[in-house]
Every structure is written in structure tokens, then in C-alpha cells.
Design a protein around this ligand. Sequence first.
Ligand SMILES: *[C@@H]1O[C@H](CO)[C@@H](O)[C@H](O)[C@H]1NC(C)=O
Ligand SMILES: *[C@@H]1O[C@H](CO)[C@@H](O)[C@H](O)[C@H]1NC(C)=O
Ligand SMILES: *[C@@H]1O[C@H](CO)[C@@H](O)[C@H](O)[C@H]1NC(C)=O
Length: 380
Amino acid sequence: MAKKRRWWPAALLALFVVLGNLPDEGIARAVSNVHDLSSELYAEIRELLTMRRAMHQRGEPCGPELNAAPAPAHPRVVPSWPLHGPPPLGQVAGVAVALNGFPVVFHRGARVFDNNSFNRTNHFLLVEEGPIPEDTVLTLDPDNGDVLTGWGRDLFFMPHSITIDNRGNTWLTDVALHQVFKFAPGAIKPNLTLGQRFSPGSSKHQFCMPTDVAVATTGEIFVADGYCNSRVLKYDPAGVLLRMYPEEEDMVEPALRLIPPLSRDSLRMQVPHSLALLERLDMICIADRENLRVIWPPPGGDPLPRPGDYIYAVNGYTASDIKVTGFTLDPASESVIDKWGPPQGMSNPHSVAVSPDGSALYVAEIGPNRVWKFDLPQAA
Ligand SMILES: *[C@@H]1O[C@H](CO)[C@@H](O)[C@H](O)[C@H]1NC(C)=O
Ligand SMILES: *[C@@H]1O[C@H](CO)[C@@H](O)[C@H](O)[C@H]1NC(C)=O
Ligand SMILES: *[C@@H]1O[C@H](CO)[C@@H](O)[C@H](O)[C@H]1NC(C)=O
């Protein structure tokens, strides 16, 4: 059933692809990152969707609503943000937006991710340097970009992603610790820890450089176990493993299978780098970084993409002739419907987030380390 897809040479195409998400008055709006969205890439996504459609003939497609969908806002960079010059940030691995609309970054302080950070078995090599002594989680002023408050010193070794769920919990991934942490609002000790400290692995209880977390309104947790295992795991709100993509036959009771298993052939990811949920559609979007694509196997059924849900995306640097920019994707038509970015361009964006009211979009970059703010003007 699954057609063999063609693979791009990973060495040529190492890039950062990122997703973030947030619900917007019942409409889940997803944010993602993809490389240049070539027709080839879209051919692959179409193939995946075609496959899944064939698997669940439902005959209830996007149909007439299609043309009635409101256009997504075109992100417009806020030129004088941050107003007082760039705040002192290390590599800005992640950005999220709190429920009150304040952007929150997860940065690496003076620590730098480079060739010497990990060995060939993905163990972090700088354990003796200790945790990053600076506050790694910083809340910024949405109006002027000033750092307002911070926490998260002496806890993290190599920050990667930040997600704020609809209850205000903060979820952080650390690729050196190989762990995922949930912090309740205002807490500085984790409420939930997944993975084993400094212990990379592919067992049920381990991650290997986990890249991102998405949390459903039900509290269910999705973890992208990105750099080495290339899998996505789903947990109940208490952190009990429910299933993983691709399915591992011996892993999950058949009764817990929410959809027919996607075999490794049909969904072979290479570095699932970011996640976003389109809950209205019961879809999870996965930024499949080294495959240069966003894929969306539905987590609990097979609804077809409906108009009105969009994905904001940015690609990372791959080659000098491929522009690093922002994209707006329409899952219903599987096409790029807009491109955006600051006039001076972006270099190495790593994370994207939209505010809960849908009025602002933030992009975090690593080298130069900075955060961009974009307005998302609502249609009149
Ligand atoms: C990492 O290694 C590559 C290839 O060996 C080299 O080109 C690059 O400059 C190195 N980067 C750092 C930060 O050491
Ligand atoms: C990587 O480092 C870990 C921890 O120091 C060590 O156990 C492992 O053998 C190392 N792997 C390689 C390939 O050197
Ligand atoms: C985490 O939060 C939940 C819900 O508030 C609570 O029931 C649980 O006891 C907390 N666990 C820890 C370890 O703090």
C-alpha cells in the first residue's frame, strides 16, 4: 500500500525544521518550519495523504466549504522590536507564547551546540561543565521585547524546545539530558519528567535527544524523539505511554491502536524536529526535518484536512541558493499559499510560535541569536 518514497541525501539537506502550535477559539492553528517547499516535497505529502484516504474511504471531503475559508493573516514584521536592542540571549532554541500573550524563550546562555557537544553514541560530553548557570526560560515584553522575568538556571544542559499548554504548563526538552519536563505555572521543580537523565536510548523509557512536545486540550502528550530515534510518542496526561509512530509491533496493545499502524516503510521519518496539533482535524503535524517535509498522520481517525486551518512555517539554512524564509501552508490544498519574512532576511530560524489570540507570531533564531515579532493582522 505504501509506495516507496525517494530520500534526499541527508548530508546535503541538514536543516532546522520547527513547529509550534496553539488553539485559537476552537480553531487550532499550527506553526511549522519546513525547508523550501518544492513540488517534490508536496508530491510526497500528497502521496501520504492519498494513501491514507485510500485506507479510510469516507467520502466526506473538503468539498464546497473550500472556497469559503478565510485567508490566513500575512505575518508583518514589527520593525522596532525589540525596541531597546537585542536582549542578551544565547542560542534561542525555542519560543512559545504564554496564555497572556507574552513570548517566552528557552535559550542556552553561554552554552553552544557544536561538533563537540555529543559523541557518536549521542552522549553529552560536557556533563562536568554543569548545568547552564543563567536563567534559561525568559519571559519577554510583547510590546518592546525587554526581558521581564526569568527562571531555569542550574537545571538544563542543552535546551531545545519550549511548549506552553492550554493550562499554562511549560514543557521543555533538553537534548543533553535526553529528557522532557513539565513545569506547572510558577513552579521551578518539574511536575513530570520523561526519559532518563544523560541516558540516550530507544527503549520505552528513554529518549535520544528529544526535540519537541505538543499537548492536546485533553492533556495527552506528544513527544518528538527526534535526532536519533526518529519517532513520535504519545502519552496520557499522567505520562503513561499510549503509542508511538511509527508503530512498534510489540509496543502497544492492539486495543490501544488508534489508527491502523503506519509501518516504518510508510512513515519513515528522519529527525522529527517539531510537532503541532490541529485538534479540530484530529491531526498531528510533524516537521520531518531531514526529509524536508511536514507530515500529518491523524492521531485518532482519518479526517481530511478542512479549510481554515493553516500552518505557519520557516525553513532553515540548507544552501546559499535556497532562501531562508517563512511560509504559510494550507493542509486542505496541500500547497504553499504565502511567503513572509523580515526585509533583511533570516539566517537560522529554529522555532516558531503564535500568540493564543492569533495576533502575533514569533520566530527564534540561533546565530544570530534573536527573536522576531510579526503582527498577524486579522481580516476586517
Ligand atoms: C564541525 O565539523 C565540520 C566538519 O568536520 C566542520 O566543517 C565545522 O567547521 C565544525 N564546526 C564546529 C563548530 O566545530
Ligand atoms: C560516549 O560517551 C559515553 C559517556 O561518556 C560513553 O559511555 C560512550 O562509550 C561514548 N561513546 C563513544 C562512541 O565514544
Ligand atoms: C503534577 O500535577 C498534577 C495535577 O496538578 C498533580 O496531581 C500531581 O500530583 C503533580 N505531580 C508532581 C510530581 O508534582
